[in-house]
Design a protein around this ligand. Structure first.
Ligand code: NAP
Length: 298
């Protein structure tokens, strides 16, 4: 029997999978993972050492069933106009439990009620609802995942050009694996940041010039940063089929980066894990030697 019962949402996504894996492999806990019913076909391979529950943020009964007996919940969902209603549904169900669990929520860049970044405002509203309901909660606020950069590498290496509409902004990226390890520590109640809202970053804020240089070193070829205008970026995103609401948010991120919203380094990873955060240069080296892939960073 687990000392604590933990529900992990978003298991089929990037962070949820890593958090569930960290709980199982580093803390010997069998997490309960929430998976939408459409995944649970006959081909679904049940993950080792995890308890799978079928559920959806839009199905409150499935949430309350999954929350039964839980001490803590990892809450994550994709950036989407429905993000508020999805995550608030879980928050409401958690507050209705006889013993409300500790919510460990992933928020993000510009998490403020007056933010011009739409997703930042949505995160702030969800955090506010959890506080109003007096739920025990810890809010983890990464700014930018190194893995986003990892996914761009094939295109960058094909052209030798790293495009970006962030001018000379410095961005304190964090490795998704560090976010997951921090979240796992908070979920089991073993961290000095319980109940706080904290930024999560790596140990250096990188400009795109520096990222291009780090890519050149890791992959042994010339890489140059080429600045794009917002309009060029908008046209690119639209040509890739991104919906307007989403490209608007990407442009808001870029504006926030240029204004320095992600330039501050925090020591949260070190405080919680007792070691330095993973470095971008090392992540690129892992990708170059194919010991990890951007979509499977373990
Ligand atoms: N990427 C970054 O640089 C960055 C930076 C800061 C903060 N963040 C934050 O990180 C979060 C995204 O994390 P991620 O990359 O792990 O997301 P992700 O890979 O897109 O995964 C999202 C998960 O949510 C699940 N989900 C979607 N709709 C659902 C529903 N109705 N009911 C139940 N589950 C549902 C998805 O399940 P399905 O597979 O069934 O769709 C998936 O498992 C966002 O809140 C974002 O603001 C990201």
């Amino acid at each position: 029997m687990n000392p604590v019962q933990i529900l992990v949402t978003g298991f089929t996504g990037q962070l949820g999978r890593l958090v569930a894996g960290a709980l199982r492999d580093q803390h010997q806990i069998c997490p309960r993972v929430l998976v939408r019913p459409q995944h649970l076909s006959q081909d679904w391979e049940a993950p080792r050492g995890m308890e799978v529950r079928s559920g959806d943020f839009t199905d409150p009964a499935s949430l309350s069933a999954a929350l039964e007996g839980c001490d803590a919940v990892f809450l994550v969902s994709p950036v989407h106009p429905e993000m508020r209603s999805r995550e608030m549904a879980l928050v409401e169900q958690a507050a209705a439990m006889p013993r409300p669990p500790h919510i460990v929520k992933i928020s993000g860049l510009g998490t403020r009620l007056d933010s011009f970044v739409d997703s930042g405002r949505w995160h702030a509203e969800i955090e506010q609802r959890a506080r109003e309901l007096r739920l025990p909660a810890t809010f983890l606020r990464p700014m930018f995942f190194m893995q986003n950069m990892g996914r761009q590498i094939p295109g960058v290496l094909a052209t030798g050009i790293l495009h970006g509409a962030v001018e000379a902004a410095a961005i304190a990226m964090v490795d998704a694996r560090d976010i997951a390890e921090v979240a796992a520590a908070v979920l089991i109640g073993d961290s000095p940041i319980q109940g706080q809202a904290v930024p999560l970053t790596g140990s250096h804020a990188f400009t795109h010039e520096e990222i291009a240089q780090a890519l050149a070193v890791a992959f042994g070829q010339e890489v140059k940063y080429e600045r794009q205008s917002s309009e060029e970026m908008r046209a690119l995103l639209s040509s890739l089929g991104m919906p307007d609401w989403h490209s608007e948010i990407v442009l808001q991120y870029n504006r926030a980066f240029i204004q320095g919203w992600a330039s501050q380094v925090s020591d949260t990873v070190e405080q919680v894990l007792g070691r330095a955060p993973r470095r971008l240069e090392d992540y690129f080296a892992e990708l170059a030697t194919a010991s990890v892939s951007p979509d499977d960073p373990r």
